[in-house]
Ligand binder design. Structure first.
Ligand SMILES: [Fe+2]
Ligand SMILES: [Fe+2]
Length: 470
């Protein structure tokens, strides 16, 4: 661990790079290197004490998530689909000596900050033998609704099948298209570079399991056929409903939980001590994906009807039945057979940590869409709470061409418009919620949003509110 002052300085130097500053646009097309980090939302950029599970939605986790995502992806090759000409300077900077030097300096401490809570929060059951591992795994996937028999893994979905779980929270939204869009945007964080974390585990020499992982990898990469590559099919799904398809076009709209979840897989593949946790996590997810993407396809057809191209969901509802079995038989059990008790606890830990991240991710996403869907109600609520503000608040003036960035707060806040008009962007929609002079919006802790002036100038005052008081 590097000492506090130099860690803070290195983080400030990293985040101070031009490519990590906000620009005037809401969405970032044609430039995968431009990633506003929003360090300014932190009173103190102090990452020395790890975030606890209770602090999972803390603004420091959002900022650390954006930094780590950029750090991991500077190990990958990203090029804009329409050519590099307008982004060549940013390409050079993103992969520069200076940025990589700072990245390598801050990454271990930020990983410790972001992921330590997993070890504290997860109870790893005492699974030691191959038989125990098999029983444990089958019990876990059954509990998650994807048992070993085919009854829970039916990819043959029809439009009449019920929408389930967090997918139902989407269809229940008043603005279901925006909610479904936000869900696909969260998936895009990983899916547009799908299996890039897996690629880090292809090298080296580790026996028959290495070749088994490679089989899955080449499926993900469409056997070298660009149109069949999973990331290409995912782009088709985005395009079919009018969403942008460039990598990180929606950078500002990734939720904290999505960043932490995707970073987790890069973390485990970048630091090879994490490989057994990674292999087990992949096994668990591949097993769940068949049912999960069948459910996603049902939800998308319920929201968008025939115009959505669900080939990505249909493909995963099909191929991940095989990937689930392959990873289970050949990776999870393969490593357990070869390396025994020295790795089985780590395998189990990977599954337990993934379960926790899935649960936290679901809760974050559902809370976001429920809030974003009811901003009018939260404006009424904000007005009612205006007298309960716990402090004077901080005033800011906004202009239409100001840099746009998104943030979260670590406590509930009231955003009061004292002059002009302001658009609230809580998801990627062409219909942001407009606040006029005198309006006050309640922004609950952890809810991602960005503000943009809708008049030539606008003033807001942001104050803390304690809703536990009568
Ligand atoms: Fe895939
Ligand atoms: Fe797969």
């Amino acid at each position: 661990m590097i000492v506090t002052a130099s860690l803070t300085e290195a983080i400030e130097a990293y985040c101070g790079q031009r490519i990590f500053q906000a620009g005037p646009r809401l969405y970032i097309d044609g430039n995968p290197y431009h990633r506003p980090i929003g360090l300014a939302q932190l009173d103190r950029p102090d990452f020395t004490a790890p975030a606890t599970e209770a602090q999972f939605l803390d603004p420091r986790q959002l900022v650390a998530g954006r930094i780590l995502c950029s750090a991991y992806e500077s190990d990958m090759i990203l090029l804009p689909p329409n050519g590099l000409s307008s982004a060549k300077d940013d390409f050079d900077l993103f992969y520069s000596d200076e940025v990589r030097r700072l990245r390598d300096l801050i990454r271990p401490d930020l990983e410790r900050f972001a992921f330590s809570f997993l070890a504290d929060s997860v109870r790893v059951p005492p699974v030691r033998t191959l038989d125990e591992l098999q029983a444990y795994f089958m019990a876990e996937v059954s509990a998650a609704g994807s048992p070993a028999d085919d009854s829970g893994n039916n990819p043959l979905v029809d439009g009449l099948a019920p929408v389930k779980g967090s997918m139902r929270a989407i269809t229940e939204c008043r603005y279901a298209e925006e909610a479904a869009g936000l869900h696909l945007i969260q998936l895009a964080l990983d899916a547009l570079t799908e299996a890039s974390a897996m690629a880090r585990n292809l090298g080296g020499s580790y026996g028959v399991e290495q070749s088994e992982l490679f089989k899955i990898f080449i499926d993900e990469f469409g056997y070298g056929v660009y149109s069949a590559k999973h990331s290409t099919i995912f782009r088709g799904m985005l395009a079919s409903i009018g969403l942008r398809t460039d990598v990180h076009a929606y950078w500002s709209f990734y939720l904290t939980s999505s960043l932490v979840g995707t970073n987790y897989f890069n973390y485990l593949t970048e630091d090879h001590r994490g490989m057994f946790r990674y292999m087990a996590a992949v096994t668990y997810l591949e097993w769940l994906f068949a049912q999960g993407f069948a459910d996603t396809g049902i939800m998308l057809r319920a929201v968008f009807g025939d115009r959505v191209d669900t080939k990505y969901c249909d493909e995963h509802a099909h191929i991940d039945i095989h990937h689930g079995r392959m990873t289970y038989e050949k990776l999870l059990l393969g490593f357990a057979r070869t390396h025994g008790e020295s790795v089985i606890p780590d395998l189990v830990r990977g599954i337990e940590e993934t379960k926790l991240l899935l649960r936290l991710g679901d809760a974050d996403f559902v809370a976001q869409i429920r809030w974003a869907d009811t901003l009018a109600e939260h404006t009424t609520l904000g007005a009612a709470l205006a007298t309960a503000a716990a402090d004077e608040g901080v005033a800011a003036t906004l202009r239409p061409d100001d840099p746009f960035w998104t943030r979260v707060y670590d406590t509930d806040r009231l955003v009061a418009v004292t002059a002009g008009e302001v658009d609230v962007h809580a998801w990627a929609t062409p219909r942001p919620h407009r606040l006029g002079r005198g309006d006050t919006l309640l922004v609950p802790r952890g809810r991602l949003h960005g503000l943009k002036a809708a008049s030539s100038s606008a003033t807001v005052r942001v104050s803390t509110v304690d809703r536990s008081e009568p």
